[in-house]
Write a protein that binds this ligand. Structure first.
Ligand code: NAD
Length: 463
């Protein structure tokens, strides 16, 4: 690295220090490329670590503890009413979870000689970036990787300053409002809705489409919807909030011509948008699509030979694990390796209670594309392990090719579905057949047996 007149020259400049950016940077460094990461926050972790996946999972763990303690009453164990102290809870989340992981990333960066520059990076050309901030400088690169992620979408007509919050503010846990209105019944609306409900808020969810988690297999959503109906005060489907007005210290939300919902805080969780503007990409040959995503091929190359892009800024699904894989691919391609983002599946998990997880083809996709499939459904009511956990509300589904019996998709709903889906992803990614799953010995009694049993039932169907 050559320093002088505040110009740095590197092999690879990574813009954005989230999971896509740090995975790319660490792999570049491993492959012998001199690499820097530029991030406005001057630290690695991004939205996932500081305002997304990790803090939300910490809070969902606490919500699960509260709910398990409540369920224990039916089993003859009464812990009494939970008393939540926000200060120690925030401290645990910020210091012992987020802080510890952030320190871990910083030490990996140090060990691999990856410098993290604090500031906003703006492309001046296909060879140079300007870094704006406390220490303005220029970074000349042979290759750059755009890993700027995404930010919460806003509802333009619904802004009421501090009463209307997004997921970032909700995760700070500034307070537990008595009445919380959640706009959007997707990943964030349901995960954070459940957190706040467990911590004592009266939660109303308003979802524009006719079902929670639109696009997800209805059979998987059903047990979660039933749980949400118990946990939330109200769920309004097929509804949009037309207007928000302040009424003293409360907020009134107009849900329809004659319906008004009064709440103390509004959480807007209506999707995320790519963070691709203000980056100076117009000074390069990289192109954006109509939704603002940076266009990339299966090697994470943009239309500019020097510039690569990974993660949320490149499109759906906006999931950290997709970004991490893409980050490694981009690094390997830059290093001249024959790498490609040719994964068959990107598994997805909604970390609610119960968890919903899926990978590969769904029954709905198969019907839409007229693909001949066979489908197995294994209800957890017959699973010994599910009953010992007091949780018979789960379901495991396998979707296989009708002719070859190759596993094309797996869906799971129930506690631990987020872990169980790893077996499904492995099965689809490696081209396993239903028979492979059926003859693999699964430990008894476990929830993983439901995958083997679903596969067995498909084998019986084809006999
Ligand atoms: P989402 O796309 O999951 O859900 C948004 C929901 O809002 C949809 O159901 C949509 O129909 C609804 N909606 C949109 N406009 C509306 C309106 N005006 N009124 C009422 N409803 C409206 O988006 P999200 O929950 O904001 O999460 C954003 C993204 O972040 C996700 O798509 C996912 O990629 C990622 N994420 C992942 C996880 C996870 O992996 N567990 C968790 C949180 C977020």
């Amino acid at each position: 690295m050559v320093m002088g007149d505040l110009v740095i020259e590197v092999d690879v400049a990574v813009v954005g220090g989230g999971p896509g950016g740090y995975s790319a940077a660490f792999r570049c460094a491993e492959l012998g490329l001199e690499t820097v990461v530029i991030d406005a926050a001057k630290r690695l972790g991004g939205a996932c670590l500081f305002e997304g996946c990790i803090p939300s999972k910490a809070l969902l763990h606490v919500a699960a503890l509260i709910e398990d303690a409540e369920r224990a009453r039916e089993l003859g164990v009464d812990f009494g009413e939970p008393r939540v102290s926000l200060d120690p809870l925030r401290k645990w989340k910020s210091e012992r979870v987020v802080g510890r992981l952030a320190r871990g990333l910083a030490s990996v960066a140090k060990a691999r000689s990856v410098d993290v520059i604090g500031g906003r990076a703006v492309f001046e050309s296909s060879r140079e970036l300007r870094v704006e901030g406390d220490e303005p400088q220029k970074v000349r690169f042979k290759h750059a990787i755009v890993a700027t992620g995404s930010s919460p979408a806003r509802l333009p007509n619904l802004t009421l300053a501090d009463r209307v919050i997004d997921s970032t503010a909700a995760l700070e846990l500034a307070e537990i409002p008595e009445r919380l209105l959640v706009i959007g019944g997707g990943y964030i609306g349901l995960e954070l809705g459940q957190v706040y409900a467990a911590l004592g808020s009266r939660v109303t969810v308003v979802e524009m489409t006719d079902g929670l988690l639109p696009g997800v297999d209805r059979a998987l959503v059903q047990p979660l919807a039933r749980r949400c109906e118990k946990l939330f005060a109200k769920i309004r489907l097929g509804t949009k909030v037309a207007a928000l007005t302040e009424k003293g210290s409360a907020v009134e939300a107009r849900l329809g011509p004659d319906e008004v919902e009064t709440c103390d805080r509004v959480l807007v969780a209506v999707g995320r948008r790519p963070a691709s503007s203000g980056l100076g990409l117009e000074h390069t040959r990289a192109a954006l699509d109509t939704r603002g995503f940076v266009t990339v091929d299966d090697r994470c190359r943009t239309a500019d030979p020097a510039i690569y892009a990974v993660g949320d800024v490149t499109g759906e699904p906006m999931l950290a694990h997709r970004a991490m894989r893409q980050g490694k691919v981009a690094a390997e391609v830059i290093a001249g390796r024959p790498s490609a983002f040719d994964n068959v599946v990107v598994p997805a998990v909604v970390f609610t209670d119960p968890e919903v997880a899926w990978c590969g083809l769904t029954e709905t996709d198969a019907a839409r594309h007229g693909r001949a499939v066979k489908v197995a459904r294994r209800e957890w009511a017959a699973s010994g392990r599910a009953l010992t956990l007091g949780r018979s509300d789960g379901l495991t589904k396998i979707i296989a090719d009708a002719a070859s019996s190759r596993v094309l998709g797996v869906g799971v709903v129930g506690p631990g579905a987020g872990e169980l889906i790893a077996e499904g992803a492995l099965a689809v990614e490696t081209g396993m057949t239903v028979e492979d799953l059926a003859v693999t010995i699964h430990t008894h009694p476990t929830l993983s047996e439901t995958l083997m049993e679903a596969a067995e039932s498909l084998l019986q169907q084809s006999r």
